[in-house]
Design a protein around this ligand. Structure first.
Ligand SMILES: C[S@@+](CC[C@H](N)C(=O)[O-])C[C@H]1O[C@@H](n2cnc3c(N)ncnc32)[C@H](O)[C@@H]1O
Length: 253
């Protein structure tokens, strides 16, 4: 298997990622296909809440939480993403602590210190997910919430890693948890992502001491689908696949 240095990969992909997505700091988001947190209201009123964002990237969600009165911090593997986040927080005049580190090693943060651990489209890059979830549980207070979004597990099935292209048939098994190698957008940067079945996610959450409260599969807006895969596009059947999943879990006592 190709060895990929994920920190180096995200350092190289960062500028293109930020330009391409132009993520707002008005509200936290759950990825390009999903409604914003301001609409979903999965976190409730965040004023005064302590929120740790894992895989914070350019920091937009943490900054949005800080703008809304939360005490926010973010951790990410990539220096380039963190440079972007720190510059953005300074430009927006909010205080957010941004830390360089890995999602499965949150030693910088104390036990039970956070009300919410939040993550958007980052957990799919984490090789040791049981360890990561254990760390999330450790830093949360009892009954604290873990809220995270991911590429929907079905999506990886419709990607052919040999051809490096999306397919209309399930080229990859839903049950394949081995790393999937792919090149990031137009940058030519190789990435690994890790995909788990829903059953595996629920098992891992339970083993880490979480109780699943909600699982959301938001349908993307029709206009967005029309733009990417209009009806006459040969790949238009991909409109039928859910793009995003959001988990809401609670740490037990
Ligand atoms: C798709 S980006 C999402 C960033 C941000 N959450 C957002 O919504 O824009 C994935 C992020 O996860 C970070 N990442 C990847 N693997 C990681 C790991 N093991 N630990 C911490 N961060 C990681 C990358 O550096 C990147 O910033």
């Amino acid at each position: 298997m190709k060895r990929i240095d994920m920190r180096a990969a995200w350092n190289r992909a960062s500028a293109d990622y930020q330009r391409r997505h132009a993520i707002s700091t008005h509200s936290a988001h759950y990825g390009p296909w999903a409604p914003l947190e301001n609409e979903l209201r999965l976190l409730g009123d965040v004023r005064g809440r302590r929120i740790l964002e894992v895989g914070c990237g350019g920091g937009q969600c943490s900054i949005a939480f800080a703008r809304q009165g939360a005490i926010a911090a973010g951790i990410d593997l990539s220096d380039a993403q963190l440079d972007y986040a720190r510059a953005l927080a300074a430009a927006e005049g909010v205080a957010v602590e941004f830390v360089r580190g890995a999602a499965d090693d949150l030693h910088h943060f104390a036990d039970g210190a956070w009300d919410i651990v939040f993550s958007v489209y980052a957990f799919q890059y984490v090789a040791d997910m049981p360890r990561c979830l254990g760390e999330c549980a450790r830093v949360l207070r009892p009954h604290g919430r873990l809220v995270f979004s991911l590429d929907h597990p079905f999506r990886a099935c419709f990607f052919d890693a040999v051809e490096q292209d999306v397919t209309l048939y399930p080229a990859r098994s839903y049950f394949d948890a081995s790393p999937m190698a792919w090149t990031f957008a137009d940058t030519g940067v190789w990435m690994h992502s890790y995909h788990h079945t829903f059953a595996a996610w629920i098992e891992m959450l339970t083993a880490a001491g979480f109780r699943l409260l909600r699982l959301l599969e938001p349908a993307p807006p029709t206009e967005m689908l029309d733009d990417i895969w209009p009806d006459d596009d040969p790949l238009s059947a991909l409109r039928h696949i859910p793009p995003t999943v959001i988990f809401v879990a609670e740490r037990s006592e």
